[in-house]
Design a protein. Sequence first.
Length: 212
Amino acid sequence: MADSMKHLNGNLLCAIDTETTGLDPFKNEICQICILPLDSQIEPLKSVNPFYIEIKPDNLDAIDPKAMSVNRLTMAKIAERGFDRDKAADLLQEWVDGLNLPQTNYGTPCKILPLGQNYTFDKHFILAWLGHDYYDQLFHYHYRDTMTSAGFLDDRSSFAAEKCPFGKCNLKWLATKLDVQFDGAHDALQDCLATAKVYRKMLTHTNFGLLG
């Protein structure tokens, strides 16, 4: 895409977030996912709607009530309007096809390059949903992560004997420190928007030592 970051060589940076029925990707499942395409300024691409759906879990016995209370989703609503796992995967493929990503120099399609907040957590659940082969077809093995970036900036400040700008690295804390409006709703779309804003602030902030 012409509006994506040039150095990504046709791969498209997308904020990604999942809401899950628990913390264990071996027994819990995705119940909501958002993939939000971003332009070269880390703003949502206006020409593309995000991939934003709910997925009906197969293993209802494994649902952790604590997780559902955190993300404020209800299984009744998901059962009513959510898609089954296979249909959701088909819809994802249709959505990715609609991005019209260019070809690499090797003649293979460019991919989604994830931006997440603790993306390794989301990745394990997406892998459990799609499988490794399908995941590798759609998603680049490189990724960006606001949690990792916050750790780097803290390490850099500590190394220079300066005050660490963050100290903690959860999304709500980072948003507060960077003056990003975010209510911690644990909705996949809202988390994607907040993650993109936090990452953009990290890229543009010139003096993290002044953060309170």
